[in-house]
Design a protein around this ligand. Structure first.
Ligand code: ADP
Length: 213
């Protein structure tokens, strides 16, 4: 019979743009952790919560939704990221619902008993002050030059676009200083996988210790 995990560890993986957070989460998923992505959750709540949709329309513009009611993310970004106040407005409306929905999915995963570790893949955990929800926070760190090169390649972004995204985030050095575990992504992908495996093994060890109590 498959093992059941009564008390999964709840772990956040965060970082800064391009530091390698999604790549680390893809490894953890491969090793059968449940991974819940916060950005996808935010999109999902906007797509399904009628009340929130109306609030967003009043805050921004009706045209952020298409005729078939699906969200036009590009249009929303045009309105919501045009200045700091608009971004704050978006965050104030979306984040509480996103967190609620994250918690709901976390609870379902916990209840299923299938996972030793539940991972929340979220760039903004420190920005929205939810770090205390987790048993541990992993920060993926990388030199800014490497991050810039990787993101320009991944998203076909210009250097200026990258820098402007970077300026909106809490400096990665601060996140590193608050982390429970830090993965330094300054080598090859294989190297990153090995470092992630070391932390995964430590967490699994932790899980066994906690489960005995
Ligand atoms: P984040 O989720 O933190 O923004 P990603 O995990 O998407 O970052 O990584 C950014 C880009 O860099 C992706 O295209 C990814 O494949 C690539 N990448 C990540 N780590 C490495 C590495 N160690 N070597 C080469 N490319 C990498």
């Amino acid at each position: 019979m498959a093992q059941r995990y009564k008390n999964p560890l709840i772990v956040a993986v965060t970082g800064g743009i391009g530091s390698g957070q999604s790549t680390v989460c893809s490894f953890l998923k491969e090793w059968r952790c449940k991974v819940i992505n916060a950005d996808n959750k935010a999109k999902e709540v906007i797509q399904h919560d009628r009340k929130l949709q109306n609030e967003l329309k009043s805050a921004f513009d009706r045209s952020i939704f298409r005729k078939d009611r699906t969200l036009d993310t590009k249009r929303l970004a045009e309105f919501a990221f045009k200045d700091e106040i608009s971004t704050q407005k978006l965050n104030q409306l979306v984040h509480p619902r996103m967190v609620e929905s994250l918690v709901e999915e976390m609870e379902q995963a916990r209840f299923s008993g299938k996972y030793p570790i539940i991972v929340i893949d979220a760039a903004l955990i420190y920005e929205i002050s939810i770090e205390n929800m987790f048993d541990a926070v992993i920060v993926v760190d990388a030199p800014v030059r490497l991050r810039e090169r990787r993101v320009m390649e991944r998203d076909k972004m210009t250097r200026n676009e990258f820098r402007s995204r970077l300026d909106k985030q809490i400096p990665l050095d601060d996140k590193v200083s608050w982390a429970d575990y830090v993965i330094k992504n300054d080598g090859t992908i294989d190297n990153l996988k090995q470092k992630t495996r070391t932390i995964f093994n430590l967490l699994m060890q932790d899980h066994k210790t906690l489960a005995k109590n």
